[in-house]
Design a protein around this ligand. Structure first.
Ligand code: SF4
Length: 348
């Protein structure tokens, strides 16, 4: 059964026509879904009751639900969403004084399996569908009781390994007739999946691309990202260059700081050189401990000194000691702890 949220204008208008309803109902239906974030057509008050019921029986409705919610003092909500097949994903709502950011997932699990990340520990389970991505965005709107100011695909999964569904969802999110959200306020993060970067570059829409660099050379990256999904840095940077040329957007280098691995001051200098050469911004992410990994977070003083080397070199660089921690590095931990609990209960 198709979902209303991803139905094309033509298809919905055809369906309305077949059900003796006028085309203007399409706008009303989309307004309920994308502006008021309703889950069920039965709640669409300005639609005749009979039509609401027909919509409800003809199209699939949202089945994802929030099963856990961790709010923190720094205005971050990490929510665990259970899907129709019993799998779950995490999304995060981050509020600052002046903006709200939604961090969305793109896959259940992750095939890349970076050694420092909880999301990839069990590998990839499946891709999220475009409908699920939209559904989770609308769940976040309901939870936050607002639209986001920014959307980042930095949750569970490598978004560019699910590029077909991601593009379908992005088209709906940025469509003026649907969620009407500016592509310039959407960021897609990648571990360096070259075919995906090139495909996204060819679409030439001004989405922001964030490269999870984590190391300034292939030797350091080899300690963090398994070989099966790791491209040589030179190829990744070439693809990023193509992305920049086609979209005119500045790339961001995401750099998770790991003590004794990539946090030396020499590495900071190399990162500054690379960022300057690539016209990239840098976002430093202090690592948040993942029990199953051996990595350690550097102390805050060291992180700030690393940051200072970048800024002293004229690089546009940021580091959120608290919130960055919650958004990026800890991704996948809530899902993992719920999965472990379920397994323990099943073994009893
Ligand atoms: S850091 Fe990103 S790409 Fe790497 S395993 Fe985690 S979710 Fe996948």
């Amino acid at each position: 059964m198709e979902h209303l949220s991803t139905l094309s204008n033509n298809k919905l208008e055809k369906w309305l026509n077949e059900h003796n309803s006028q085309a203007y109902r399409r706008k009303q239906i989309f307004s309920w879904i994308f502006e008021r974030w309703l889950q069920s057509p039965l709640e669409m008050q300005n639609i005749p009751k009979e039509l609401r019921e027909e919509l409800n029986s003809s199209f699939a409705s949202s089945t994802s639900k929030i099963t856990d919610d961790h709010s923190t003092d720094d205005m971050t909500d990490k929510i665990l969403i259970e899907l129709a097949d019993g799998e779950s994903i995490e999304n995060v709502i981050i509020r600052t004084e002046d903006r709200t950011t939604f961090c969305l997932s793109s896959q259940i699990g992750c095939a890349v399996q970076c050694h420092f990340c909880a999301s990839g520990l069990d590998g990839l389970i499946r891709n999220l569908t475009a409908e699920e991505i939209i559904e989770h965005l609308l769940i976040c709107c309901r939870k936050a009781n607002s639209r986001p100011d920014n959307i980042v695909f930095m949750g569970i999964g490598e978004p560019l390994m699910n590029i077909e569904n991601l593009i379908q969802a992005l088209d709906i999110i940025s469509s003026p007739e649907r969620f009407a959200f500016s592509p310039r306020r959407i960021t897609i993060s990648t571990s360096g999946w070259v075919p995906g970067i090139i495909k996204l570059a060819n679409i030439a829409k001004p989405y922001n691309l964030a490269l999870s660099l984590h190391g300034t050379d292939d030797t350091i990256r080899a300690q963090l990202i398994p070989e099966k999904c790791r491209y040589p840095l030179s190829k990744i940077l070439e693809a990023c260059c193509e992305y920049r040329n086609k979209t005119r957007r500045m790339i961001t280098f995401e750099y998770t700081l790991l003590k004794g691995v990539n946090d030396s001051y020499e590495q900071a200098q190399k990162l500054a050189q690379l960022a300057r050469k690539q016209h990239a911004k840098v976002n430093l992410i202090p690592f948040n401990t993942v029990a199953e990994t051996k990595f350690i977070r550097p102390d805050d003083h060291h992180i700030l000194s690393f940051l200072k080397i970048l800024t002293d070199n004229g690089i546009q660089a940021t580091c959120r000691l608290k919130k960055g921690n919650n958004i990026n590095a800890a991704c996948g931990q809530l899902r993992r702890s719920q999965k472990n609990q379920k397994q323990k209960q099943e073994q009893k």
